[in-house]
Design a protein around this ligand. Structure first.
Ligand SMILES: Cc1ncc(COP(=O)(O)O)c(C=O)c1O
Length: 407
């Protein structure tokens, strides 16, 4: 039986197959990049048309009240909360992940005054580290990096915060959230988890792990659309002490009192700075609702089956292709990466065939398996195309080597 036949058989009985039709995927495209930008739910188109046409077009400014726009950050955050193991009042949807990280790092520094170091790993997603550098330039923080296996030993008396990305963006490797959180607490530090590649894809238990802070993207597995608002989590026990530097009017206890003096809103509401982006939040809400409807357990189960099918088929067809993700599916997120010196050109050759994965500098080919819409047949066809491209050297064309601005 061919790989594609075997995949079609699996699809016939596969869980979640009914959800694929609820996404607006272009004909002839195999989309293995939902870990970077999630696909478009059909319901988002209708919802955005409604928000634009009725709530904005007809309701105009009245919709802040009549359509309850004003409560969207809390409402969407509250829906994300159970999907990341948090309580609804501990999560708010706002700003970008980068901005939320900066606010939460600053909040941690305030709670651990006397300590200045923010500990992370080299090769973490760059924005996480850059945000520390921004605070360092202002004399508020010091950047400290240690390799994965040296992180616990690096937790000295100067570390205010351990900041890690739960699922590594390049390799998909996961951290043991409970163990690292405990180690940081034992050393007197707080912990901030970047959930960008975990939220909406795999089980996360922020409360059970005793995590202090978290932030993550809305445009990846939550399918919130390009530049969708992100989310931020602060454990309830820190709400009283929570202080962050972007003290904008929307985080004020009474924004419409227009007082000269800032008074923070309760809890995570004080993470808001400016006016919430209603179109972005409305699209994100649709994506979050669908992920909640499917349920994280079903999502992770299918994504592991898809990624294992892919990994095993590649190891048979292209045994020399170096896997950089963990072999054990329980040790990785919803993605798989391989190393190849011509990764960029190979990725372009795949895209030319309608198979969209992605490339991460300098030599990583990364494939995401968003289980709500990826099928086994998609995976089989991607393996066949990748095999052909590498075996025939079809990547070796000038057009495939020319780097685009966004890779
Ligand atoms: C792990 C991680 N953190 C942060 C970000 C950046 O998020 P944003 O652009 O919303 O600030 C990304 C983007 O891909 C990411 O993968």
């Amino acid at each position: 039986m061919s790989l594609v036949d075997a995949a079609q058989q699996l699809d016939g009985a596969a869980p979640l197959r009914e959800f694929r039709d609820r996404f607006d995927l272009p004909e002839g495209v195999i989309y293995l990049d939902g870990n970077s930008l999630g696909a478009l739910p059909r319901a988002t188109k209708a919802r955005i048309a409604e928000v634009v046409g009725q709530e904005w077009g007809e309701g105009l400014i009245r919709s802040w009240n009549s359509a309850d726009w004003i409560a969207l950050p809390q409402r969407v955050g509250g829906k994300i909360a159970p999907l990341i193991g948090a309580q609804p009042h501990e999560v708010i949807a706002c700003d970008s992940t980068s901005v939320n990280l900066s606010k939460l790092i600053a909040a941690a520094l305030h709670m651990r005054s006397g300590r200045k170091a923010i500990l992370s790993e080299p090769g973490n997603f760059p924005t996480d580290i850059y945000m520390v550098e921004g605070l360092e330039a202002q004399g508020l923080a010091t950047r400290k990096l240690a390799e994965r296996d040296a992180l616990i030993d690096a937790l000295d008396e100067d570390v205010a915060l351990l900041m890690l990305t739960h699922v590594h963006y390049k390799t998909g490797e996961t951290f043991d959230m409970a163990a690292l959180t405990k180690a940081a607490h034992d050393a007197g530090a707080l912990v901030l988890w970047d959930l960008s590649h975990s939220g909406g894809a795999l089980p996360v238990e922020l409360n059970k792990c005793n995590a202090d802070f978290a932030a993550g993207c809305g445009y990846k597995y939550f399918n919130g659309g390009p530049g969708a608002p992100a989310y931020a989590y602060v454990a309830e026990r820190h709400h009283g002490d929570l202080q962050q530097p972007l003290t904008g009017w929307m985080g004020h206890a009474q924004p419409f009192a227009f007082d000269d003096d800032y008074a923070p809103a309760p809890g995570v509401d004080r993470l808001l700075a400016g006016t919430p982006p209603i179109l972005g939040l409305s699209a994100l809400e649709v994506g979050v609702d669908m992920i909640a409807e499917i349920g994280i357990d079903r999502l992770i189960a299918k994504s592991r089956e898809l990624s294992e099918f892919f990994r095993q088929a590649i190891s048979e067809r292209l045994p020399d292709l170096e896997l950089v993700s963990p072999t054990d599916p329980t040790q990785r997120g919803s993605q798989i990466s391989f190393r190849h010196v011509e990764a960029y050109a190979i990725c372009q050759a795949l895209i030319a065939r309608g198979i969209i994965g992605d490339f991460r500098d300098p030599d990583i080919l990364r494939f995401g398996f968003a289980p709500a819409y990826v099928s086994f047949e998609d995976v089989a066809r991607a393996v066949e195309a990748l095999g052909e491209i590498i075996e025939t050297g079809d990547w070796d064309r000038a057009g495939f080597k020319q780097r685009a601005a966004v890779t």
